[in-house]
Design a protein around this ligand. Structure first.
Ligand SMILES: [Zn+2]
Length: 110
């Protein structure tokens, strides 16, 4: 595990992105517990599963796991939003503004 990663980098929550992808697929995003599939893997298309989500975002399932825990770095979030046809502000709203504000004020001293 890489433990030396920068932790102060602003990030946005992953869930709004997962919800958007699910919405575009016409299914709810898989959650825990999931009221769409009840974790029954034999039910397909009930919800957007992690493998599908990873494929649609063009990343590995491990990356999805990491994003769920740590959030998505702004650069990746911006890229993914564009890929999905959205402005990041439309997905993250105030959170995006807050995160990018932090970026812009980094290094300005306290
Ligand atoms: Zn599910």
């Amino acid at each position: 595990m890489a433990t030396k990663m920068i932790t102060t980098e602003p990030r946005v929550r992953f869930q709004p992105l997962a919800d958007l992808v699910a919405y575009q697929q016409g299914v709810p995003a898989h959650t825990t517990p999931c009221t769409a599939c009840w974790n029954d893997s034999t039910i397909t298309r009930a919800c957007l599963t992690k493998p599908e989500l990873a494929r649609l975002l063009g990343v590995s399932q491990r990356t999805v796991d990491r994003w769920k825990v740590r959030g998505v770095a702004l650069e990746a979030a911006d890229r993914l939003a564009t890929r999905l046809g959205y402005n990041p502000v439309a997905i993250w709203g105030f959170d995006w503004d807050a995160a990018t504000d932090i970026t812009e004020t980094v290094g300005s001293g306290r």
